[in-house]
Ligand binder design. Structure first.
Ligand code: ZN
Ligand code: ZN
Length: 184
C-alpha cells in the first residue's frame, strides 16, 4: 500500500518541506503498512483558470481534482502546493480533502512564517506536517475533533495550527485504525 505526495508548483515547493512531510507521514502510516512515495513535481500552468486575480488566490477544488488524477495505484494522494487556495465562503483554506477520491491538497502559502512577518524558518516544516496529517485523516474518514491538541482539530487560523500537535488523539487514532482496515 502506498501514499503518494505530489508537489503542485506555482513558484516553489521546497524539497526540504517535501522531505519533512514525507518522513513524518511515512513514520506514522508505515505502522499500518503504507509506504510513502514522493512524486515528481508538477506545474500548475493548466490550473490558471482557477486563479482569481482579484483575490489573488486559486480555487482549491481544482487543485484537489488535479491531485486525484494521480491516484493510480496509490491508496491516497496528497498534493502540496505553494499556491494560496480558497473555497466559496472562506477567506482561505490551509487544505482540502475528499475521502471518496482519496485525495487531499495542502497549501504552504499561509503556513509560511513570512506571511505573518515571523522569522522562524523551521516552523514551516512543523505546520506542513500538521496540515498533511490533518488532510490525510480526512481522506481516511476522520472528521474534525473537539480536542484542541489533536491534529484533527479544525484550524481557523495559524494560531490553531501552532497550538495543535502533529498526531491523532486516542479517539481519532482508534477510529483511523478501524477505517484503515480493508483499505487497499
Ligand atoms: Zn479539516
Ligand atoms: Zn482527535
Amino acid at each position: 500500500m502506498k501514499i503518494g505526495i505530489l508537489p503542485l508548483v506555482v513558484k516553489e515547493v521546497e524539497e526540504s518541506i517535501l522531505e519533512a512531510v514525507k518522513n513524518y507521514v511515512e513514520g506514522f502510516y508505515s505502522k499500518f503498512g503504507f509506504r510513502v512515495d514522493l512524486l515528481p513535481p508538477t506545474t500548475t500552468n493548466d490550473l490558471f483558470f482557477s486563479y482569481n486575480p482579484i483575490r489573488r488566490q486559486f480555487l482549491g477544488r481544482f487543485f484537489l481534482t488535479k491531485v486525484a488524477e494521480h491516484r493510480r495505484d496509490f491508496s491516497a494522494v496528497l498534493g502540496i502546493t505553494d499556491g494560496d487556495l480558497y473555497e466559496e465562503g472562506m477567506n482561505f483554506i490551509f487544505g482540502l480533502a475528499n475521502p471518496y477520491l482519496r485525495a487531499a491538497i495542502i497549501s504552504l502559502a499561509r503556513l509560511r512564517p513570512e506571511f505573518y512577518t515571523e522569522k522562524d524558518g523551521e516552523v514551516l516544516k512543523e505546520r506542513a506536517i500538521k496540515e498533511a496529517m490533518h488532510e490525510l485523516g480526512h481522506v481516511f474518514g476522520l472528521g474534525h475533533c473537539e480536542n484542541p491538541g489533536c491534529v484533527m482539530h479544525f484550524s481557523n487560523s495559524i494560531i490553531d495550527t501552532d497550538h495543535k500537535g502533529k498526531d491523532y488523539c486516542e479517539k481519532c487514532l482508534n477510529k483511523l485504525k478501524r477505517n484503515l482496515e480493508g483499505i487497499g
